[in-house]
Design a protein around this ligand. Structure first.
Ligand code: F6R
Length: 257
């Protein structure tokens, strides 16, 4: 696991955007695994501002609220259209987001996983981090080899994400999410986290034991994961100085790899 500590959230989001840009420049038909949430705003803003050709890119989002249709203003379909899909030349038929209104959930999850396989697997999986250590919506106690399925959000995640819903509207309790098994199958993972609230989860993910109590800790077993965090999120890392030193001395040719 490579850990990059930067000064500000803006720098974190920009480096995330740069890695995605390099991925698309290197392979124009890249298969991207995408995340939503506040941390990704700056990443998509950066991406949309580049002269990038998305015409052959395929994307698979990690998750969607169960019970929300694609046109619901708080759905992740809407989020993705607003932040990325409507701002670049990606083909709508190449963008996949789980169907929050799927009737046969098991069938839908299997079809979604099959579509990823048919696309050749995910080249780069973008990830945010929950305060409780979730990635995608794999909440604490999730199986570390699970595939896509329906999950129940923890009260902590529901409290945090209630901010995305208008006053009076209660957010859904369930989500469809790719599992840790799907995430670990991606060829590369890039996880971004900012702010003091994420510091305990960052420490558990990077330096704690691999445990379902912090699902993101499963990334310790992934062969190519880059974690990009700001100083506030790095506050509890015992090895912070070592990570800074490694990044500072990283050979130029290795940057972005
Ligand atoms: C959403 C997702 C989640 C978020 C995480 C952090 O698609 O995958 O794991 O990345 O909840 O969200 P923010 O960035 O809002 O703190």
């Amino acid at each position: 696991m490579e850990v990059i500590i930067l000064n500000t959230p803006q720098e974190v989001e920009e480096l995330g955007g740069k890695l995605l840009t390099e991925q698309i420049r290197k392979k124009r038909d890249s298969v991207l695994g995408l995340a939503t949430g506040a941390t990704m705003h700056g990443v998509y803003k950066y991406l949309a501002a580049q002269e990038l050709d998305f015409s052959a890119v395929k994307s698979f989002n990690l998750d969607e609220y169960y019970g929300l249709g694609a046109n619901h203003p708080c759905s992740y379909h809407t989020y993705m259209r607003q932040h990325l899909f409507d701002r670049v030349n990606i083909q709508p038929e190449n963008t996949y987001v789980p169907d929050g209104l799927a009737q046969d959930v098991e069938r839908h999850c299997l079809d979604y996983e099959q579509a990823i396989e048919q696309a050749g697997g995910i080249d780069l999986q973008l990830l945010g981090l929950g305060e409780d250590g979730h990635i995608g919506f794999n909440e604490p106690s999730s199986s570390l080899s699970a595939g896509m399925r329906i999950k129940t959000l923890t009260p902590m995640t529901r409290r945090t994400n209630q901010r995305d819903f208008p006053p009076g509207e209660t957010m859904p309790m369930h989500v469809l999410t790719l599992g840790i098994g799907n995430i670990l199958a991606a060829r590369r993972c890039v996880l971004l986290a900012n702010g003091a609230k994420k510091a305990p989860a960052v420490q558990a993910m990077v330096e704690g034991p691999i445990t379902a109590m912090c699902p993101a800790s499963a990334l310790q077993q992934h062969r190519s994961t880059t974690v990009i965090i700001d100083e506030a999120a790095a506050a509890f890392l015992q090895l912070a100085d070592y990570f800074r030193c490694v990044y500072e001395h990283k050979p130029e040719w290795q940057r972005g790899k």
